[in-house]
Design a protein around this ligand. Sequence first.
Ligand SMILES: *[C@@H]1O[C@H](CO)[C@@H](O)[C@H](O)[C@H]1NC(C)=O
Ligand SMILES: *[C@@H]1O[C@H](CO)[C@@H](O)[C@H](O)[C@H]1NC(C)=O
Ligand SMILES: *[C@@H]1O[C@H](CO)[C@@H](O)[C@H](O)[C@H]1NC(C)=O
Ligand SMILES: *[C@@H]1O[C@H](CO)[C@@H](O)[C@H](O)[C@H]1NC(C)=O
Ligand SMILES: *[C@@H]1O[C@H](CO)[C@@H](O)[C@H](O)[C@H]1NC(C)=O
Length: 613
Amino acid sequence: MSSVRRRQVKHDKAHSSPDEDSLSQEIPEKPTHSPPRRPQKRRFGFVFILGGMFGIFIALFFANKQDVIRLESWMENIDTLMDVIPQGILKDAKEFTEHERETVSYDSFAVGLQLQSLGVEAKHPVVMIPGVISTGLESWGTRMPSRQYFRRRLWGSWSMMRALVLDKAEWKNHIMLDKDTGLDPPGIKLRAAQGFDATDFFITGYWIWNKILENLATIGYDPTNAFTAAYDWRLSYPNLEVRDQYFSRLKSYIETAVDVGGEKVTLASHSMGSQVVLYFFKWVESPDHGDGGSDWVNKHIASWINISGCMLGAVKGLTAVLSGEMRDTAQLNAFAVYGLEKFLSKEERAEIFRAMPGISSMLPKGGEAVWGNATWAPDDQPGQGMTFGNLLNFRETNSTLTRKNLTTPESLSYLFDLSDDWYGKQVLSSYSHGVAHTIQEVEENEKDPRTWLNPLEARLPLAPDMKIYCFYGVGKPTERSYFYQEERDPLVNLNVSIDTTVTNSHGVDHGVVMGEGDGTVNLLSTGYMCSKGWNIKRYNPAGVKVKVYEMPHEPDRFSPRGGPNTGDHVDILGRASLNELILRVAGGHGDEIEETFVSRIREYADRVQIYEE
Ligand SMILES: *[C@@H]1O[C@H](CO)[C@@H](O)[C@H](O)[C@H]1NC(C)=O
Ligand SMILES: *[C@@H]1O[C@H](CO)[C@@H](O)[C@H](O)[C@H]1NC(C)=O
Ligand SMILES: *[C@@H]1O[C@H](CO)[C@@H](O)[C@H](O)[C@H]1NC(C)=O
Ligand SMILES: *[C@@H]1O[C@H](CO)[C@@H](O)[C@H](O)[C@H]1NC(C)=O
Ligand SMILES: *[C@@H]1O[C@H](CO)[C@@H](O)[C@H](O)[C@H]1NC(C)=O
């Protein structure tokens, strides 16, 4: 659909190009509302000169060979819009990319071609469920302040950057959900972009699913047997159905695919998408919701490929909503992160993230049993100075909210105490973060949608024929705990932030303590359920087979996205061996995959305080 629009737009000839590439069109000549025009303009110029060079370099740095075409159209846009930019910088930037292109090379299609030669071909229809943040969001509002953005991507495009720079307040109004309903604010309408375009690239040149699409296509996939189920990741999971009927649509898409092709579906989910899948499984079988019957999953899903799933949340999810930390909280390209950091204060970012209840689905789950208590954590290393069990540490605190260091569940309470009431209400009415220790609790949770995305409270579907594949990267240092500080301003706002003054021999570096993981999601979260949790009968009563394939992080030093052997949370989607595994599963050869562990997750998992009843 969107490619049709693209073509039309191009034929229109006017100074325009597709929205994610267009820097020059979306702001009308005469603003329809009246922002103080001049200062903004000046600020824009100023900011651009300041940031432009860095931005361009970063963006170009992150592009690679296959993205050159998009990149060039981007360069044109820069040319037309940014007449403030000195020609010399542009020239340098271009030369820089040309040089850069040579060193970064992903062999597109190669994995697909190789498997094709081994006889692997498309078998199961593939449904891809993307992760948080990487899906573009388009404005569909037609009332006045929104009209100028009609069908522009206010998330995940240059339109976003432009709106952010020129009219930040309006951009924020659009991007934040209503605090009480958790739905669109009155008069504003943002919807997830649809189709492969929604997630193949995030902003020009920064691929997300594109490598996987190339390889799937090589063994015979196309839009009739592959589908991206993009969703508005800002919404809480119940609201995905309320507003967009997301789960109903997914159900009917899968049913159709199975009916017409006679093959069950392979689901491939990334990051937060894995939680969405888990929730969907509960939803679709629940008599009060999807009403598919208790064997729906077994009848329709052949396998579930779970890539870097953050089943038990991520500690970074906490810092994003607690204090607006961005440092690769987000799967964004560096330019987008740069933009968000440049134009929004920490407090504004926290405010925005809180008004996106979907993000809070990634708060850590499993409490002290998984993440540790005041003196101990399952992944503590011998000789480690301080335990990972305290997620938030304070050098000293005079706060009324806490006088001590906080474990994971204590940190969540702290977050809810610190934030406005509506936030806690939204989160606690949508998600649950605990552990169900008995069969009876698990069975009771069948009726409680808040538990459905927590694999320690809700069980897997009774789908003995389904296979689960957990593919994730390990060996990239990942934030595990923090030193925080509190500041109280005259208005009695209590603001918190990472205490960057703390660096010591116990492994604290500028207020952050690193542990194991894929750079974004902690190993405990990616690994526990797959290596141990689903061997516990109450969480997997039908004995769904779970196979783990860990991939060590071996980045190519000269490649900004890590090259073909990266284990990074997002970049892994371009990893050759991951692509190969996905094609094998989709092609019906998943049984040939050998379980592979390279981390010590099984040791840590044994220490987690959750047992067979
Ligand atoms: C923390 O958990 C460990 C392991 O279960 C236990 O030995 C220790 O007593 C606990 N510490 C506290 C303060 O509860
Ligand atoms: C805590 O209170 C003491 C005395 O009232 C003060 O000196 C100190 O700076 C305060 N610390 C913080 C972090 O506010
Ligand atoms: C938190 O833990 C750190 C490191 O173990 C310690 O230095 C600090 O005093 C503790 N803070 C409080 C408020 O107990
Ligand atoms: C605390 O946050 C508010 C916005 O939420 C901001 O206006 C204020 O300046 C911040 N105070 C401090 C001390 O950073
Ligand atoms: C998905 O994989 C991650 C590891 O990548 C794991 O933590 C999670 O439990 C898995 N979830 C499912 C349902 O397979």
